[in-house]
Design a protein around this ligand. Structure first.
Ligand SMILES: Nc1ncnc2c1ncn2[C@@H]1O[C@H](COP(=O)(O)OP(=O)(O)O)[C@@H](O)[C@H]1O
Ligand SMILES: [Mg+2]
Length: 223
């Protein structure tokens, strides 16, 4: 089976870092479609940096990163933006919803950016918001939603383009345990329903237990 994400001997150091202050060191990673993976590791070990590398937001200092068959090093910014939009969804610890737009508009936005017409985008957004039990909240602003509801909207927004891989950076870090469970189960259910890969960076061992594979990032690579 083809990999959705493949990293070979990836190194990364921030441009302003001291010499040989590599955050990511000779890292290898291979993720197949529909896999679910937890990435654990101490604060500051480079988990967010790694997700940014996979999303083409940061560029590897050396090594190869292949996303759905495309070598990131061979693409220009426009091509990377398109590859990201077509293949990846991101969820962060803080929802990053647009505060002046309703839940519905926030979820429609990735489709509108891709050039989809308003009506089909709206119908798809209503469908996914209904799937995640927020049909009664579609016209609410982020400020009118609870923390758990906001995070569910952020997940709907990340999934509306049907990405092949969802990258979630401590998605439940800001939620109480019952909301965290709900959000996590939702991501797993959607991952299974769509056969998309799920990568969750987390501190929470309970989150990790629900994933098929657990990887621990230490000294810049998986131990
Ligand atoms: N923009 C940046 N410039 C320089 N160093 C950074 C930058 N962002 C993060 N770092 C450093 O890189 C290391 C890894 O950060 P990060 O990937 O955010 O870790 P984690 O997500 O595991 O907590 C930390 O030491 C952090 O201080
Ligand atoms: Mg982080």
């Amino acid at each position: 089976m083809n990999s959705i994400v493949s990293c070979t001997q990836v190194n990364y150091q921030y441009a302003d870092g001291a010499q040989d202050s590599r955050i990511i060191k000779n890292l290898d990673l291979d993720i197949k479609p529909a896999e679910s993976i937890a990435i654990l590791g101490q604060s500051g070990c480079g988990k967010s940096t790694l997700l940014n590398l996979l999303g083409g937001i940061e560029k590897a200092s050396s090594g190869k990163i292949i996303i759905n068959g495309a070598d990131l090093a061979l693409l220009n910014e426009t091509q990377i933006t398109k590859l990201r939009a077509d293949n990846l969804g991101f969820v962060y610890q803080f929802h990053h919803l647009l505060k002046d737009f309703s839940a519905l508009k926030n979820v429609m936005m990735p489709l509108l950016i891709q050039g989809e017409k308003s009506l089909p985008a709206k119908n798809k957004a209503i469908k996914i918001l209904t799937t995640i039990g927020l049909e009664h909240r579609i016209n609410h602003l982020p400020s009118e939603l609870s923390g758990g509801e906001r995070q569910r909207v952020a997940i709907a927004r990340a999934l509306i383009t049907q990405p092949k891989c969802l990258l979630a950076d401590e998605p439940t870090g800001n939620l109480d345990s019952s909301n965290a469970n709900e959000v996590l189960d939702l991501m797993i259910a959607l991952n299974q329903a769509h056969g998309s890969a799920l990568i969750i960076v987390t501190h929470d061992k309970k989150v990790a237990e629900k994933m098929q594979r657990v990887l621990i990032l230490k000294d810049g690579r998986f131990s």
